[in-house]
Design a protein around this ligand. Structure first.
Ligand SMILES: Cc1cc2nc3c(=O)[nH]c(=O)nc-3n(C[C@H](O)[C@H](O)[C@H](O)COP(=O)(O)O)c2cc1C
Length: 146
């Protein structure tokens, strides 16, 4: 059974709702899913498949709940070269820094030699009112490369 680790970055819960939905969809499809809303480095170390679902806050920053993990990750000497990852972002095009957290996640994981297996999804919450459906439509692009 293929395992997928989902982690969320969220301030107001929007990204967590999307993660809950994707967790249900993946579980129904027979994947073994672990979901962390307050992930630590230990939670993701050694994982083969990582799905990051995060909003952007501040001025193009990661939400506070996921910042410590990415700081630790940037300084980690652990081997992430066998990790595959995908990213779903929630953000608003009212900001110049639309979905910049996605860029931070991509850059940090790539710097650790993890492999991005599909184009990231960037959901614009100003124009998109069904985040769950949009994430579900994107999901095959992630799954087919696991
Ligand atoms: C104070 C504040 C700052 C934000 N900054 C950004 C930003 O820099 N870029 C962006 O794309 N969206 C930004 N957003 C929009 C949020 O990412 C968006 O509302 C998202 O749906 C929040 O999801 P969450 O509930 O999981 O945190 C900001 C929202 C707030 C309230």
């Amino acid at each position: 059974m293929t395992s997928i680790c989902i982690i969320t970055g969220s301030t107001l819960g929007g990204a967590e709702y999307v993660a809950d939905h994707i967790n249900n969809v993946l579980t129904e499809q027979g994947f073994e899913v672990e979901l962390y809303n307050q992930a630590t480095l230990a939670d993701i170390e050694g994982k083969s498949n990582l799905l990051v679902i995060t909003s952007t806050h501040g001025a193009g920053e990661l939400p506070e709940n996921i910042q410590p993990l990415f700081k630790d990750l940037a300084h980690s000497t652990a081997d992430f070269s066998s990790m595959k990852f995908g990213v779903i972002g929630l953000g608003s095009t009212d900001y110049d820094t639309f979905c910049n957290a996605v860029n931070i996640v991509e850059e940090t994981l790539k710097a650790k030699e993890a492999t991005q297996i599909c184009e990231s999804l960037r959901i614009d919450v100003v124009n998109n009112f069904d985040h769950d459906a949009t994430a579900e439509e994107w999901l095959p692009s992630f799954i087919e490369n696991l």
